[in-house]
Design a protein around this ligand. Sequence first.
Ligand code: PLP
Length: 405
Amino acid sequence: MKDIEIINLIKAEEKRQQNTLDLIASENYPSKAVREALGSIFVAKYAEGRPYKRYYGGMENVDKLETLVGERALKVFNLNSQEWAVNVQPHSGGVANYEILRGLLSQGDKILCLHLPHGGHLSQGSAASLTGRDFKPVYYYLDKNGFLDYDAIEKLAMEEKPKLIITGYTAYPRKIDFKRFSEIAKKVGAYLLTDTSHITGLIVGGVHPSPFPWTDVLMTTTHKTLRGPRGAMIICRKELEQKIFTKVFPGLQGGPHMHTIAAIGIALKEAMSPSFKKYAGQIIKNSQTLALELKKYGFNLISGGTDNHLVLVDLRNKNITGKLAQELLESAGIVTNKNTIPYDPGTPFDPSGIRLGTPALTTRGMKEKEMKLIAGWINEVINNPKEAGAIKKKVQKFCKKFPLS
Ligand SMILES: Cc1ncc(COP(=O)(O)O)c(C=O)c1O
């Protein structure tokens, strides 16, 4: 049976993605091999439990698969299995963060995390999330220039004595000093949870410092700079394995998504190739070029620039809010997301910034030259909204030169 309605929606989405510029920092285009694994027959298999300790029969291939993918996850971070344990079953990043907190803490325990409007993620102790309701979040803030203030974080940690500290963010354009975070955590006897969802591809590509051996637990989604399927994984010190992994299953999840795990395995193998290192480096060259060009056009950037894959633009001097800018840019075929900026006078629904990221455009093969062009279009649209239609045509023509594979 052909489901024309759904097929048409898939085709329309293919067309939308092909004809627009995806500057959403958390999105990327996984390879065809990754997408094929997602559509593989592993989708039909239940596999509750851990490799070689399952609750169903028919496990000869899934056990090998999950073991192999776990080995690759450790290898990509240069870790050994004597000291570190890995779990590739979490269905998504938000759930994985909650699983970790429930594994390591008792309800009501204090956690220290970056305030959501300053670049943290909902699942890192925000009031709207169970991670903020079941535990007692204390927030740290970026300094007035948009940088992490390690001395202030240390002081707050000493005063508050949290049981766990979270680093790794959603909208922070600068490098993170994981060693310093680890020193702060040790000083107050807290666990350190590092959420590298956004920057895992940069870490394994060698263009951002690694959180190992500094962190106690790492959580990462697999679909951002890592360029895998939507999913997540957890790596923790061996002695924490039991506490955390029992919260993944049976604590919160049932059967793992074996087709996703197969696709994560492919993405990890791709990430170990020399071409991925080049890709990771190009992501940063592209975001730094974009940042520089936008600054030339008079855009204010939080922290003044970027060390990673994203640029956070403060639009207040442009007399437009983040919501309107997102809508306007989208009408020109440039897809972004509105974002709060530190100390934002606006609201989460209508904040003062937009977040721009280069991972997806870099996957399409775009380089510095293209970033200059795109920065020019962004400037034109924001300054002269009437031009949006004309720019949309240019964007569509331009996108044809960079087909999605
Ligand atoms: C830092 C960080 N952690 C966790 C998540 C949540 O991941 P998911 O959407 O897979 O639940 C995100 C998603 O954007 C993120 O940026």
